[in-house]
Design a protein around this ligand. Structure first.
Ligand code: ADP
Ligand code: MN
Length: 176
């Protein structure tokens, strides 16, 4: 159940982690296995222009966190949402029943990001983000320790095991 006293009938799950750790792959499979609705925040920001323009240096949109949270509020209240984003500190704490942090071995992540075309500071920033466990720390600072679940995502076996674990968790969840 959730500690927040919410009345949602289905849980909300956040999947976070450094870019390339497998959030979108994991969420797509988990959405099928659990019937949660996958919301990819990056896509949502682009589709609904929930940003304040393009950051040339970081090569990404400057996400407007308030607009994103306003856009999500109603569906999060309903429950059954699987949020996919490489950040977690600006969502209301009460939204989530489980916060998954995917983690990948540095050399494996390096190869994935390189094949995605990342280079220079964008590549090194993301590798450092993983080495220093930035997302795990951010999750632990933003949510109750007992709802934060770090999961390894180095290979396909890990993905399959994680989807099994998480769909089992979702199906066993009961509102309190
Ligand atoms: P994210 O959404 O976290 O940025 P993606 O799910 O888009 O990551 O994965 C990035 C790339 O790495 C994709 O090509 C994906 O197939 C691959 N990948 C992700 N996780 C794994 C894994 N655990 N094992 C093998 N390949 C993976
Ligand atoms: Mn993604």
């Amino acid at each position: 159940g959730n500690g927040g006293g919410s009345r949602r009938a289905r849980p909300n799950v956040l999947v976070t982690g450094t870019p390339g750790t497998g959030k979108t792959t994991t969420c797509s499979l988990l959405a099928e296995a659990s019937a949660l609705r996958h919301v990819n925040i990056g896509d949502l920001v682009r589709e609904k222009s929930l940003h304040d323009g393009w950051d040339d240096e970081l090569q990404c949109h400057v996400i407007n966190e308030d607009l994103v949270c306003d856009e999500l509020e109603d569906m999060m209240e309903e429950g059954g949402i699987l949020v996919d984003y490489h950040g977690c500190d600006f969502f209301p704490e009460r939204w989530f029943d489980l916060v998954v942090v995917l983690q990948t071995e540095t050399s494996i992540l390096h190869d994935r990001l390189t094949s995605r075309g990342y280079m220079g500071s964008k590549l090194t920033n993301n590798i450092e983000c993983e080495i220093f466990q930035v997302l795990l720390e951010e999750a632990r600072e933003s949510y109750r320790e007992d709802i934060v679940m770090p999961l390894r995502s180095d290979n396909l076996e890990d993905i399959n095991r994680n989807v099994d674990t998480l769909s089992g968790w979702v199906n066993n969840w009961r509102p309190n």
